[in-house]
Each structure stands twice: as C-alpha cells, then as structure tokens.
Ligand binder design. Sequence first.
Ligand code: UD1
Ligand code: MG
Length: 450
Amino acid sequence: MSIALVILAAGKGTRMNSDIPKVLHPIAQFPMLVHTMWAGSVLSPERTVIVTGHGSEAVTRVAQSEDEDARIVVQTEQLGTAHAVAQAREELEGFSGDVVVLYGDTPFLQPDTLERMIAARSESDLVILGFEAADPARYGRLVMNGNVLDRIVEFKDATDEEKSITFCNSGLLACDSDTLLSLIDAVGNDNTAGEFYLTDVVEIARSRNLTVTAVACDEAQTLGVNSRVDLAAADAVFQARARTDLLELGVTLMAPETVYLAADTVIGRDTVIEPNVVFGPGVSVESGATIRAFSHLEGCHVSQGAVVGPYARLRPGAELAENTRIGNFVEIKNAEVAEGAKVNHLSYIGDASVGAGTNVGAGTITCNYDGVMKHRTTIGENVFVGSNTMLVAPVNVGDGAMTASGTIVTRDVEADALAVGRAKQENKPGYARKLFEMLKTKKARQDKGA
Ligand code: UD1
Ligand code: MG
C-alpha cells in the first residue's frame, strides 16, 4: 500500500519563547521536525507533505534539505489540526493510499509504532495512536468501547467522567487518503476552542459506519515538546538512550553522562571515549580509536587506532586515517591526515593534507586564509615540520622534507629538502650579564626612592 505522510508543523510554540519555529529546535543537534521525518521514513512514503505556518521559510529549508521531494503547504492561520490536514489536500491530489498524520514536535516516535498503525489498518478504516498517560493533563481522551474507538473528547470539552479516562490521544492517525479528506470536510468548529479538531473525524467516521480503532504506544514516544524545559528534558532522554546504545554496541564511555552525542553519531566497537567529549553532527569514529577528554568533534571521520585529544577540535572535513595522533589544543578543519601522521600539540591544520608518517611540530599553522580566499597546503609523506612553522598557503612540502622550527614557508619545498626561513641568530658574549646588572641597579634605585 502507498503511504503519504502529512506532518503538522505550523504551530508557533508560544511557550518556547523563541524566534525560531518550535519544530526547528534541536534534539541531539537535529531539528525535531527531522526526527519526525526519520521516524516516518520507515514507511517509505510515496509523498511527504509538511504543513508549515510560523517560520514557514525556515521550516521549508530544513524539510527540503532532509528530503528534497518534501511538499510544503502553508497554513496561514492556525484554525486547528483538521484545518491543518486540510491544507494538504492539493498535494495529495492523484495519490491513492493511506495518509499518516504526524506531528513535527514529537521526536521520540519509534518506527515500529508506525508499522503497527499500518498493520491495524487492515482491520479498521481509521486508526488512532493512543497512550496510557501517567498524568492525562490536557490531552484529548479516547473513549473506547471494547476495541472500538467511539470518539475523542478534547480536555476543554470533557465532562468530569471523561476527564477520568487515562487513555489519551497522541494526535497521530492513519486512514485512506480520500476517506480522511472527506471526513475532514465534515468537521466543524463548534467547540470550546472554536477550532477545527482533527479528533472529530472519529465520531464522523462512526456515524458513517466506518470502523475505528486505537493502537497504543509507550507514553515516552508521544512526548511532545512545548517549552525549553521540555526540550532540555527530551534531549536528556535522547542522550541517555543513545549512550546506552553505544555501550551495548561495545563502546567504552568512561563517564557516559558527560558525553554529548548527536543523533547521527556513529562509533565503532572498542573505541574509548573519555569524559567530557562533544559530538556535533556528522561524526563517525571507527573501532579501536580513543577520543580523549574535552574534545569537540563535528563533521569528521576518525579511523581505527587513532588517538584524538585531550582538548582537540575536529571540524567539518577532518579525515583522520589509521593510527594518527591529534593532540592537545590542535584544530583540524577540511584536512586529511594520512596513516600514522602526528599533529600532537597546539596546531591549526586547515584546508590541507598531511602525508603518511609525517610529524607536525608544536605550534604549526597552515595560514589558509588571506582575508578573502582560502588556500590549500599539501604536506607529503614522512615530512618533519619543525615547531612553529607557518605554512602560508597555497604551498606544498614534498615527501621526506624538513622545515626548520620557526620557518615561514611561503614557497614550495621540494622532496628531501630542508627549508629554513627565519632571522639568523647572533650571540653577543657577556651581554646578558651586563644587561642584568644594569637592570638590577635601576630597580634598586627605584625601590629606595619609593
Ligand atoms: C492535540 C489533540 C489532542 C491530543 C494532543 C496530543 C486535536 C484537536 N487535539 O491537542 O487530542 O491529545 O494533540 O499532543 O487535534 N497544528 C497546526 N495547525 C493548527 C493547529 C495545530 O499545524 O492549526 C500543529 C501544531 O503545531 C502541533 C500539532 O498540530 O504540532 C498539535 O497541535 P496542538 O495545538 O498542540 O494540539 P493540542 O491542543 O495539544
Ligand atoms: Mg499540543
């Protein structure tokens, strides 16, 4: 059966107190909307329609960078969840199959829950996702009659008896596309909030003798985010789960609660992560590597046996080959470091390549930026780059070459050559002693005067 996703993402999220639309706030470095799209992707949707409203442009950008075929509709006025789904009508034209309605602010939805909803569709015309709420608060209540869902009552419209129901509406549903759109046509806004409630489709379906049921999931999966407090709590839940997954995969986390992971972080078996390491998006670490304390990694790849940190920063495009060493206070950006190469102390390597077996001395900098453009530095294999070498890009250093410490390399260095480019040293015998005496006499005179 073909599936179309309709993701509701028009809300402002007033309680976020933010200029950023709610669904773009991140959990583990990825916008909540993207988490929802990932969850929905398990159904291999033929179409994905995103209902935007507040911050529509920004939401569109994020949605389409995740899925370039995502169809965007704009709900200019938020008149309710049924009205939101109705905006997808044009984008659903010519589609036949099931529509699954998702919310853009429920990042914990698990793929198997959606699969269970689709499975339940073989028995019922309309399937609602519900959950047993520990604290039902303001959720809509699911009024069940055996396996049949009779109707959904919004908290605002519920009687005291209905409020005592703890089986609640997640908001997600699955239904044949044409059926759903026709049900939505019949939804009115005669209720306490004056909104077009998507939940009303249940009663309308029942009145048309359609079958309606509810599938249950864990409350944690339907957790919505409405405030920064919720966001922080949701991130914490995500982190705890991701850390446990890594531990179970055979990764050592010395102090798990201090390691911050991104939703797409990949780490291989027997890699050791020391305390206080931050992973930004796009990081993969192979097995048997060590990421030492206080390192920050994003958009990079670390190969087997490499040791990174403590206090290292790997920025996008850093590619570390097997058994490389990146030490303290070293920043690597858009650069490949080949097998066994070492950059151990206080260096910046950007827009560069460092050949196998090369040693980059302390304080080395690739001067990649001239204030307007970026340029590349190529360092060959088995090179010895002396401490405090400035490599003014574009520049190449050939295999087996050396640079003397303090050298400013502005011209290419051929293979096996030694580049020396620094002021010549002069020693003046006895000068130090004379200078010390002069300074001490001066200080003594000042101290007496004071
Ligand atoms: C809704 C459900 C309620 C359920 C709860 C679960 C209805 C009428 N009520 O209530 O039964 O328990 O979710 O969280 O559906 N949105 C739009 N356009 C609109 C209105 C909403 O895009 O015009 C989006 C929001 O951005 C949000 C989602 O739809 O992502 C749900 O809207 P919200 O206002 O939070 O609905 P609730 O009152 O929480
Ligand atoms: Mg809500």
